[in-house]
Write a protein that binds this ligand. Sequence first.
Ligand SMILES: NC(=O)c1ccc[n+]([C@@H]2O[C@H](COP(=O)([O-])OP(=O)(O)OC[C@H]3O[C@@H](n4cnc5c(N)ncnc54)[C@H](OP(=O)(O)O)[C@@H]3O)[C@@H](O)[C@H]2O)c1
Length: 286
Amino acid sequence: MKTIKLGKTGVTIPILGQGTWGIKSFRSKSYYKKWKESIKKGIELGITHIDTAEMYGRGTSEQILGHVISEYDRDDLFITTKLFPMHLRYKTMKKAAYKSLKRLGIKEIDLYLIHWPSPFNSIKTQMRVLEDLVNEGKVRYIGVSNFSVKQFKEAQFYLKNTELVSNQLHVSVARQKHIGKSLSFYQKEGIIMTAYSPLGHNGFRNLKGELRNKLEMVAKTHNATIQQIAIAWLVNHENVITIPKAFKIKHMIANAEAANIRLSDKEIKLFYEDGRELERIKIVSA
Ligand SMILES: NC(=O)c1ccc[n+]([C@@H]2O[C@H](COP(=O)([O-])OP(=O)(O)OC[C@H]3O[C@@H](n4cnc5c(N)ncnc54)[C@H](OP(=O)(O)O)[C@@H]3O)[C@@H](O)[C@H]2O)c1
């Protein structure tokens, strides 16, 4: 699995991570067993970065993931989770972090993100929570999710001793707003853009029209599926990683393969919605 530098931390992480949104609460043992098997297959294939959040299945995702983590050497995995900023005060936000650590059964979260910008709590307080967690040794690296560049810069402004390493954003070949508007900023600053819902949340099952035709055309050249091309397209951009969710093992395998597909500049540009805006974007060099 190819890796990428995590900001200025000196650490590298795989260009492909595993998403875990969609895990349901109160399901049968066999449901969770199947899900765990898929995660483990991903780990075996080098997809050792796993993304979760306190709100996924109201803690169930973190809890089940905790079972999987306990079977591995902790240092071999990179775990991202997210603070849902509905906990309004400094203390309640910190408590939420401790609960995530407990559910995951780990001493330190590798990457802790503010899940969404919150109108209810000052960004200054949220950054203080994150920075204090780093100082306490509960969190290694911090970032945000669903922040605009303006919000990202404001958040960074309030940090004293640490830096945001990633912004997790809704980005796919079918949803390019952040590629056009903010990727050049993250590339310049050496910050990771983590693309979530890279397959449109439903595996591009109902994708139609010009985009599907283009994906099919490129997929044929690479003897791949349209989903693999959609994943490859993202990670063929500098500073972009992606975290598709795959409950099915066959999807996990296909996704791991997709990370190795090298698209030509022409193939990458074929999908751009606005050529002018995207001229500044750097793609991974051969
Ligand atoms: N920060 C945020 O606000 C935020 C928001 C949304 C998502 N996320 C994160 O991003 C992750 C991914 O996004 P997502 O779950 O919305 O959706 P997604 O990854 O875009 O799509 C998941 C769907 O694609 C299918 N799939 C996966 N690989 C495939 C393949 N190779 N071929 C065909 N179908 C394939 C999956 O099927 P099976 O499951 O049946 O295998 C599932 O139905 C989430 O799980 C979560 O960790 C973050």
